[in-house]
Write a protein that binds this ligand. Structure first.
Ligand SMILES: [Zn+2]
Length: 426
């Protein structure tokens, strides 16, 4: 008898529960993986995408948000950031310039950040304990081929401490967050840094990202992308000044197209000196789009031309790239590159990482990482960021309630607050 009563009770509770925790109504969904580019409602339940359809009955939803006039996309996967303060040593590189992930992610529509090699095998555990495991942002990581990562520039030159087996050991222990190997800032004449990184990448079956460091005659860039990198490996900072992009007629060199045909990934990695309009404008005009749009976010870059993810993405609108191509290269493409195909799309059952954007029209200026600027007429602004079904950023408070409708007890903590009125003045 008893079990039957219990199950009846449970059934009635289930009916009373809202079916969805959140419904986004009437936004323009751009979900490149599922080839959706249309007005759709999006429903969330248990932190996952529950439905995407032209019309969803929201009467049982806990919260409904009017997304009309906004674009609704997967949460951004920014594949190149620096979020691990390694040291205060004066000549440190990006490690010392790192920023706190949650302070910069959600406000820019970013739900997943990939730290690009700020830590090495010697300090990865510290990075994990102090940043990765403490952030609301999903922080994934590429391990630097240099033992101490970007602690100082000198350590990034220490080929004796570029040890693929050691990296593999750390990476295997942290399989859930390690997505690649990084080689960066290398100044030597040999290919040691790149080739050791590729060796580690082979041991782990994960991609390698190369910041080519100094461009030297002994190891030309064309050899990096046509010979040393494997399909699926990443060349970041693709629009940096020293990359030879154009022949004497202004046409894109064939070696770049050959590398792309081999499957090498071209990543933006805007940063503090790695994105010049002189390369980006004609490359995009000739149809050579970067595969992934990333910021190379760190202290010095965000206070200069980079600014943030929405600004970086807006630069590509100004260069003439359609919005849905920008979204593809900010979500589904990077998710695949880092072998996390569960991210970067709005498929039913996927984690509910979602960004709502407005695209403002006006007269805007966009600066590269040097002095170059171009004008544009559109600027993306992150209106709302949802991670795992939770609203983490809401620029215009579209999820809020008019305070007059909340009643006199709103915000008062019944267990500890007592309102004591002042004495009457008369
Ligand atoms: Zn970087």
């Amino acid at each position: 008898m008893k079990p039957i009563i219990l199950s009846v009770l449970l059934a009635s509770v289930a009916i009373a529960q809202p079916r969805y925790s959140l419904v986004l109504k009437g936004g323009h969904v751009i979900d490149p993986k599922n080839q959706i580019d249309a007005i759709r409602d999006v429903a969330i339940s248990d932190g996952k995408i529950a439905a995407v359809a032209p019309s969803i009955d929201a009467s049982t939803a806990t919260k409904v948000i009017d997304a009309s006039g906004l674009y609704v996309t997967p949460g951004v996967v920014d594949m190149h950031v620096h979020v691990f303060h390694t040291t205060n040593i004066p000549n440190a590189w990006a490690g010392d310039n790192s920023v706190d992930p949650d302070s910069f992610s959600f406000r820019g529509g970013v739900t997943t950040m990939v730290d690009a090699g700020t830590s090495g095998y010697r300090n990865f555990d510290q990075f994990r304990a102090t940043v990765i495991d403490r952030s609301k942002t999903r922080v994934l990581a590429m391990i630097n081929i240099a033992g101490y990562g970007m602690m100082t520039n000198l350590m990034e030159q220490d080929v004796k401490d570029m040890l693929p087996e050691k990296i593999a050991e750390v990476a295997r222990r942290n399989k859930d967050v390690v997505v690649g190997i990084k080689s960066a800032h290398f100044e030597g004449p040999a290919w040691t840094s790149v080739d050791r990184a590729v060796e580690a990448g082979k041991l782990l079956n994960i991609p390698v990202m190369v910041d080519f460091g100094s461009f030297r005659p002994e190891r030309p860039y064309w050899q990096l992308i046509t010979q040393h990198l494997r399909p699926g490996d990443i060349t970041t900072h693709v629009f940096r000044p020293a990359v030879p992009w154009f022949d004497e007629n202004g046409k894109i060199f064939d070696y770049l197209k050959q590398a792309r045909a081999r499957g090498v990934i071209f990543d933006v990695g805007h940063g503090n000196g790695s994105f010049v309009m002189r390369n980006a404008v004609p490359a995009v005009a000739q149809g050579f789009y970067p595969d992934t749009i990333s910021t190379d976010l760190h202290g010095p870059s965000m206070n200069k031309g980079l600014i943030d993810f929405p600004t970086t993405a807006s630069k590509f609108l100004a260069l003439g790239m359609p919005l849905k191509e920008v979204i593809l290269r900010s979500t589904w493409n990077p998710a695949q590159v880092i072998h996390h195909p569960e991210l970067g799309h709005l498929t039913v059952g996927a984690v509910a990482d979602i960004t709502l954007w407005s695209v403002e029209k006006g007269n805007f200026g966009f600066r590269d990482s040097l002095e170059g600027m171009i004008k544009g007429t559109e600027r993306m602004r992150c209106e709302m960021t949802v991670k795992g079904g939770v609203i983490e950023w809401d620029w215009n408070s579209i999820s809020g309630t008019d305070y007059r409708k909340l009643g006199p007890s709103y915000g008062i903590r019944p267990a500890i607050d007592t309102i004591v009125l002042p004495p009457k003045s008369n």
